[in-house]
Design a protein around this ligand. Structure first.
Ligand SMILES: [Zn+2]
Ligand SMILES: [Zn+2]
Length: 147
């Protein structure tokens, strides 16, 4: 039941076949509308009764990253990678390093700055991404207790 969001065209152009696993993973990422860890994608696939094992999820994400359809976000100091569907546009996230919780920031703080930059540099700016890292209120408590 994959809706056509234009990504099949992109897959074709990049020379990758739109396999079941590629489509399923792209569908999940698009639906979630925020970055996900491979394990979360794996669980979401399971919930939709799509049978793809975790190593295939990793491999598929890698191939999609190679053609820039998926962006990998590295959360600072460890190997917890998050993946998101690579869309132009405005995306702002608050990411908790402790529990990987992600909040989407609705207000765009960069609108007027973009205009300034465009005037200064003659760029036609299409979008931006902003990731803010830190600890959520619950994880701040855990941090202090561990010290
Ligand atoms: Zn947290
Ligand atoms: Zn913005």
């Amino acid at each position: 039941m994959s809706k056509n969001t234009g990504y099949e065209e992109k897959l074709k152009k990049s020379g990758l076949k739109s396999t079941k696993s590629r489509k399923a993973i792209l569908d999940i990422l698009i639906k979630s509308n925020q970055p996900m860890a491979a394990e979360q994608i794996f669980i979401a696939l399971k919930e939709e009764n799509i049978d793809i094992n975790l190593s295939t999820v990793y491999r598929t994400l890698e191939s999609l990253e190679n053609i820039d359809m998926v962006t990998k976000i590295n959360i600072m100091d460890d190997d917890r990678m998050l993946f998101e569907y690579n869309m132009l546009g405005h995306r702002h996230y608050l990411i908790c390093i402790g529990c990987k919780k992600i909040l989407t920031i609705q207000n765009c703080p960069l609108g007027s700055y973009e205009k300034e930059l465009e005037n200064e540099t003659n760029f036609a700016i299409l979008g931006h991404k902003l990731y803010l890292y830190g600890y959520c209120s619950e994880c701040q408590i855990t941090q202090t207790n561990n010290k």
